[in-house]
Ligand binder design. Sequence first.
Ligand code: HEC
Ligand code: HEC
Length: 283
Amino acid sequence: MRLLSGGVTLAAVLLAGAASADPDPTATLIVNDQIEIATRAPAPDHLKDVFDTVQSGWLYRTEETRALQMDDFDNPAMVFVDLGLEQWDGVDGSEGKSCASCHQGIDSMKGVRASMPKVNPAGNDLWSLENFINACRTQRMGAEEWKWNSDPMKQMTAAISLQSRGMASTIRIDGAAEPYWEQGREIYYTRYGQLELSCANCHEQNAGKMIRADHLSQGQINGFPTYRLKDSGIVSIHGRFVGCIRDTRGEPFKPGSPEFRALELYVASRGMTLPIEGLSVRH
Ligand code: HEC
Ligand code: HEC
């Protein structure tokens, strides 16, 4: 076991995996009393030697936090979805266009979040949802690109992600996407920071255990973007990756970097049998 710092090992901050720390086996996610979203699923083939079942991060949260995601009136992320809808209809840039000018209603984005990240139309890069949005802004609207973790970008990804709620993932990890997936897997198993911890050290080997006061999940991204109570705001997938690498006292890659987009594809593939939750609530 690697040293955390001053002789503290990861084992010391992990309270041994008591059965009570495992997710509540009876919890079922039903949104607005209507939409049942599976939070457990058989592991995808490429992960079968690691997990039998993949589980949503929702299962690892307290009953109170879980409840917030079960009703759109209580879900604080919905305020940001409304702001995203305003952006959708807002004219911006030299061409005098809004997103709606070309795409019509936001429901035209149904299934889009479930397919991300994917190889771009030119076939020479892996793009996240944010890249597609910025490509339309710069190439089709004559508008400036939004910063990855800016408010308008997070509001827009929130509004677009909601359109895929409950849908199955359609990501591709073969063909042109395969090299990115391989790169992402490599990053997932690399130890970072002074603590020398990989994503897998926490989210694979110790999922279900308590780390300090936190219940460690499998680190799935099917619920992203997510509303974090701690931040009172929306957190992007790459924003979460930054936080986790900082916790290892490592120097994270930049949001939107090729490394984080590849990691996004690989992490998405670890939960590709789970439906898209759009939008989850975490503490
Ligand atoms: C020191 C342990 C640790 C390491 C290393 C770590 N994480 Fe995390 N991560 C956490 C904790 C604690 C949380 C919050 C509780 C939870 O959901 O597991 C979290 C949450 C997450 C979540 C949010 C899950 C959800 O459902 O809300 C994702 C995604 C994630 N981590 C991905 C990663 C990735 C990718 C890496 C590697 C770059 C990584 N983590 C490295 C401890 C870690
Ligand atoms: C001038 C027309 C036009 C405008 C304005 C426009 N788009 Fe697009 N957008 C397109 C076209 C064309 C495509 C590629 C074909 C397609 O997937 O519909 C596209 C693709 C996309 C995609 C990728 C869809 C997929 O399935 O891969 C997203 C996401 C997107 N646009 C979001 C937006 C957002 C958000 C805005 C406003 C900020 C916007 N677009 C403004 C024309 C436009």
